[in-house]
Design a protein around this ligand. Structure first.
Ligand SMILES: [Zn+2]
Length: 251
């Protein structure tokens, strides 16, 4: 049994969400945590968790929304996280990949949402791209928070810093890519620090790279991790599921 701790489900990407959920279940994906990261996707996530028992959500404004997110949006976010099936805040964080001209705005939005997580004692799901140092600086300001470093792809050293601060690493399809060094991180941190995620519809694992992703492919990620750690796939499923239950306080 698997939990996909980070994926996006939206009618923008999938014609038939009933079918996607059915296929996921047929492939042993028991629960999925969907991520709403913008006004529209947050709204849609709330509708979906209401409709499907197996779905939970984390919501929060992604750094790409930093220029357009208003105080009203943040006030609405605070109201929306009162929903019991909202299990965390995210994905929030910093993304300097396409430039960091608005880095102060990104940091400000990130900190405001970290404060919200602290106020309601919720775990955070962090998106950090080409912004490791600044991300660490922000996380340090919130020593009581724990969370998920979603789609982790940094060095072993960075991984150990995040883990020491109470974060798990979200490992997805990238670990199956032939040119990825992520296996070294997996080896160094071990299964106790890992959460499985697909980040669907993006980052489809091998051998389906290039197709649209969905949670049904999660076993290919688990298989690769099992191979790297020389343990069986079932154990990868069990421990990463336990890790997800604990972090997101799933019932
Ligand atoms: Zn994502």
């Amino acid at each position: 049994m698997f939990i996909d701790t980070h994926c996006h489900i939206s009618t923008e990407d999938y014609d038939n969400i009933d079918l996607i959920i059915k296929e996921n279940k047929e492939n042993n994906v028991d629960k999925m945590i969907i991520s709403g990261y913008s006004r529209n996707t947050i709204k849609e996530s709330l509708k979906l968790i209401d409709k499907y028992d197996c779905l939970y959500a984390t919501i929060g404004y992604h750094p790409s929304e930093a220029d357009i997110t208003t105080e009203d949006d943040l006030n609405n976010l605070e109201k929306m996280i009162q929903n019991k099936k909202i299990v965390g805040i995210g994905e929030i964080g910093l993304d300097y990949h396409y430039g960091n001209e608005n880095k102060n705005k990104q940091i400000e939005l990130f900190i405001k949402q970290m404060k919200l997580a602290e106020k309601y004692n919720l775990p955070v799901v962090i998106h950090s791209r080409d912004a490791t140092q600044d991300t660490i600086e922000v996380l340090k300001k919130f020593p009581n928070l724990v969370g998920d470093m979603h789609c982790f792809s940094g060095s072993i050293e960075t991984a150990k810093i995040y883990i020491s601060m109470g974060y798990k690493l979200g490992i997805g399809g990238v670990v199956t890519f032939k040119n990825s060094n992520l296996y070294q991180v997996v080896q160094a941190v071990g299964i106790d620090n890992i959460l499985l995620e697909t980040d669907a519809p993006y980052l489809t694992p091998e051998p389906f790279r290039g197709k649209i992703n969905s949670s049904k492919y999660i076993s290919y990620i688990a298989k690769r991790i099992a191979q790297i750690l020389n343990i069986d796939e079932e154990k990868v499923g069990k421990i990463t599921t336990d890790n997800a239950y604990t972090l997101f306080d799933l019932k």
